[in-house]
Design a protein around this ligand. Sequence first.
Ligand SMILES: Cc1cc2nc3c(=O)[nH]c(=O)nc-3n(C[C@H](O)[C@H](O)[C@H](O)COP(=O)(O)OP(=O)(O)OC[C@H]3O[C@@H](n4cnc5c(N)ncnc54)[C@H](O)[C@@H]3O)c2cc1C
Length: 385
Amino acid sequence: MVRGEDETDILIVGGGLMGCAAAYYLARAGAEVLLVERGDLNTQASGATGGSLHAQIPTEEFHAHGEDWGRAFLPVLRLMTAGVEAWQGLSAEIGIDLEVETPGGLVVAETEEEMAWLARKAAMERGFGIETEMLDRAELRDLAPYLAEHAIGASFCKGEGKANALLAAPALAQAAERHGARIRRGVEATAIARETGAYRVETNARPIRCARLLNAAGTGARRLGRMVGIDLPVRGYPIHMNVTEPTAPLVRHLVYSAAGRLTIKQAANGTILIGGGWPAGIDPKTGFPVVLRDSIQANLWLAMRAVPALAGLQVVRTWAGFVNGTEDWRPILGEAPGLPGYFVAAFPWFGFTAGPLSGRLMADLILGRDPGFDLASFAPGGPNA
Ligand SMILES: Cc1cc2nc3c(=O)[nH]c(=O)nc-3n(C[C@H](O)[C@H](O)[C@H](O)COP(=O)(O)OP(=O)(O)OC[C@H]3O[C@@H](n4cnc5c(N)ncnc54)[C@H](O)[C@@H]3O)c2cc1C
């Protein structure tokens, strides 16, 4: 080690759910891990997230692009369904209740036309081995009496649900520390140089030398890729969320609408989280994401249309965050060709659902173990790819 340098076997850049999960699985396997986070843990997408666990073909995209899109999405969907499974048992394993519940997801329809395309989507999902069924009006009322009378039916995807996003990444970070990982907040990776068998990472604090590096920088992944000459097609898209005051148990399921962007679910503390990916803006002065009045209004209108009792509740907070997205909706998971030891873990749009699983898969890849999934098609491109 050069004087003044820090050294580790594996350096993780990014303290969101992805980085914290990878740190946990690596440290649990006995690896030497240092995680650096430029701000505080869980303050970007993983803390801003709605915390839904999704296991179906994204509704809006299916409606817009049809069966071919759904089929092309299957490899990603496989990771998401396995991702939901990976949440089960995690609380017990790390000794912290992450409030994981999987009562299923309902996409509510108001018209026969919506029922028809939801039925096509449900059939496709069943073909993929996902338990989705169509419910008529009576079955829907029976299962979810809190939904509006004008709902004429729904698709019901078993196994979908939620977890507490404010708890998950910090809890995994704590568990990683218990297994010996080091975590440094306020440390930003600013440049990376390749050296024989190692990477030297410049930071706003001491430089760090590592044998292997995991880029888990969320929307910062592209910048971190450029530091080693690779272009990762990850961008930050600003979207917003709303939360109501707490109320008695009301919304049992994860609720979507066939009519537009919507997710509704009730947290363990009784508050109701309302989202669905409505766009937010970007403050031109600070570059921070900011909520847009039109988006909030449209989002809440759809929510009250689906669950009328929401109209009696106060929204106590709205917030915006950058979600890490890729144009093709595919994650980037693997070692960069031509850059031995440089790994990327970027799961777009549904990185909360897939976070713990992806962290485990990355730990396996980094340690040279079989991850049990064929991840070859998700590998990042190499330098100048
Ligand atoms: C409003 C919103 C709602 C969402 N809802 C859902 C949902 O319901 N279900 C779902 O599955 N997904 C959802 N998502 C997506 C999901 O939250 C993200 O895909 C996931 O959290 C990404 O995790 P991450 O760890 O990769 O990134 P992040 O949580 O963004 O973490 C990356 C971290 O890297 C740090 N970093 C970046 N560059 C550097 C650097 N150079 N040096 C040091 N640190 C650096 C950042 O500060 C950040 O903390 C939502 C996202 C948003 C914004």
